[in-house]
Design a protein around this ligand. Sequence first.
Ligand code: PXG
Length: 293
Amino acid sequence: MSLKIYLNGKLVEKDQAVVSVFDHGLLYGDGVFEGIRAYNCSVFKLKEHIERLYESAHTLMLEIPLSKAEMENAVVDTLKANQLKDAYIRLVVTRGPGDLGLDPRKCSRATIFIIADKIALYPKEFYEKGLAIVTVPTIRNHPEALNPQLKTLNYLNNILAKIEAINAGVQEAILLNAQGYVTECTGENIFLVRGKELITPPPYVGILKGITRDTVMTIGRRLGLSVREDIFTRHDLYIADEVFLTGTAAEIVPIVKIDNRQIGKGVPGTTTGQLLAEFHKVTPKDGTPYEVN
Ligand code: PXG
């Protein structure tokens, strides 16, 4: 069965899911998106993703012609139409087709599409052995330029960092901000563990407020860890007991080497393992199929 894509209110075949070359999402990266995951026919943290999407759109003064409830239903309908149990869902809203100038007022209607596809999981090895990553020269966008809290279609800051990681022969990049503080990776948030402390950078350093990040902070507190947001440097990462990344696709990935410095014992840490085990307990198991929860 070929993939059915939600496009502007209709479910269409993949080949029919096309947008205009005049769409400002394409011409200027003018739009917002979410990467969402479904487990066992149930969309994980759907409300949180929809909320973040509408918040990003609000700051961009991009009007989404659907209510949040309608958007939630559109996501679930797309999942259902493709009979997917476990899926990666990409929800995109662009400024829509306009003319060749920047003026967003020329775009009369937003373009909305939703893709629900099989999830490409990270190799098991990443979780079992942990990843080696590097800090890259490209800094994270300054919050007063394009605030990293907005999940926009303009991901070139992240893509440049990803290219630098690939050039260095690793999978992922750590981006610092203009002051030299650690922000996040190209598509994941970062945490460090020191003793019973679990620390992650605060949003104002320039990060996306990850939904997995929020979930992990809650789980950490439940496990009795002292969880806080704080600024820190590369040095703090190098001397941490454990470091890990969080994201919708990745869940929780242990980091065992940064800039050639071994982290902790050089193997995935026990706290990271505990958090991942607890995380798996909160992902949907057998909820009512295809219902908004
Ligand atoms: N930081 C950035 C910059 C992100 O793009 C996260 C953190 C993690 O947020 P969530 O809400 O997922 O916990 C993201 C989101 C992919 C992919 O296919 C992942 C993201 C964005 C785009 C693509 O792996 N991650």
